[in-house]
Write a new protein. Sequence first.
Length: 347
Amino acid sequence: MVRIGIVGTGGMAHAHAEAFSRIRGARVVAACDIDGDRVGAFADKFSVPFVTTNVDELIDREDVDAVAIVTPDDAHASISLQAIHADKHVLCEKPLATNFRDAERMARAAARSGVVHMVNFSYRHSGALYKARRMIDEGVIGDVKHVEASYLQSWLVSSAWGDWRTEPQWLWRLSSAHGSRGVLGDIGVHIVDFASFPVGPVKAVNCKLKTFRKAPRNRIGKYRLDANDSAVMHVEFENGALGSITATRWATGQANSVSLQVHGDEGAIRISLDDDYNQLDVCRGRSVQTASWKTIRARAVPTIYKRFVTGVQRGESSQPDFLRGAEVQRVLEACFKSDANGEWIRI
Ligand SMILES: NC(=O)c1ccc[n+]([C@@H]2O[C@H](COP(=O)([O-])OP(=O)(O)OC[C@H]3O[C@@H](n4cnc5c(N)ncnc54)[C@H](O)[C@@H]3O)[C@@H](O)[C@H]2O)c1
């Protein structure tokens, strides 16, 4: 039995608790949040026996084998390092950290310690992504020339997920003082992983970030709304391909849309997670002449939660691990630099 403590019991922690409850061999035994009422309600809902508002108490418990860190982004580094030093396995939410230096420190500490460490790039739940990676590796679409990837949300213009003007879970995402690196850190991190996992490492990036005016003086209460909410990246991959990667919260009409197109000189692959996590379209062979596509199925892959639990049981980290989290963080860091000076940044 892998006994898990969850730190941060807001929206995403519910997905963690539900996922762990479906895995035989995993049990959530402790929960921590700085908000006592929230952690109490969470513990009641998921029957978690130990509750605290002090993270030291959770990490120090002998009956906690592993820690899931589901706090806002700026607390990921310190809590991960504390858990690693206490020899606890760690599943950390994305982005791994709010800067590359911290992410690298976390990856080094995790590797040295021997604990199992993973970052929750949850779109790795897509079997289609793994099939695309295999097909690209096997040369099915030839040399990759062009890539288009986007992650589009619209919660700044839609109330489908609640009211961002009043709910802290959205307001902290708009404010760097409250732990956010904007849309780039929030969902840009997913789409950089989603594109570069099948295509290969990013070699250089040129990025424009924009923070649109959303409130009088761009402030709501204690939240200064200074974090970017649209990101457009031009990317060169190590294999020579060029691409564009975009992430925005202003994609009116798109609730939560993740898509990728990879074009090679002998074929192309496209994935839209709006349709199905385990389905992809392929254009190859004679279909290249008519630009026609065939939909194929991919085998489902285990969720990150399942991989994490299995990893702890076997004593080995699975992917995506902290090193991968740090690699992606390096790309984000280059995006911030590029936005600041308008230049291409080599990774
Ligand atoms: N992998 C995904 O697809 C995905 C989806 C949503 C959110 N996330 C990530 O999950 C994390 C949490 O996001 P959320 O939407 O649940 O936010 P949220 O605001 O709903 O919840 C965060 C919770 O953490 C608590 N908290 C803040 N600082 C803390 C600390 N130092 N110690 C303990 N608790 C603390 C807050 O009180 C709050 O209850 C973020 O890093 C976010 O990027 C990932």
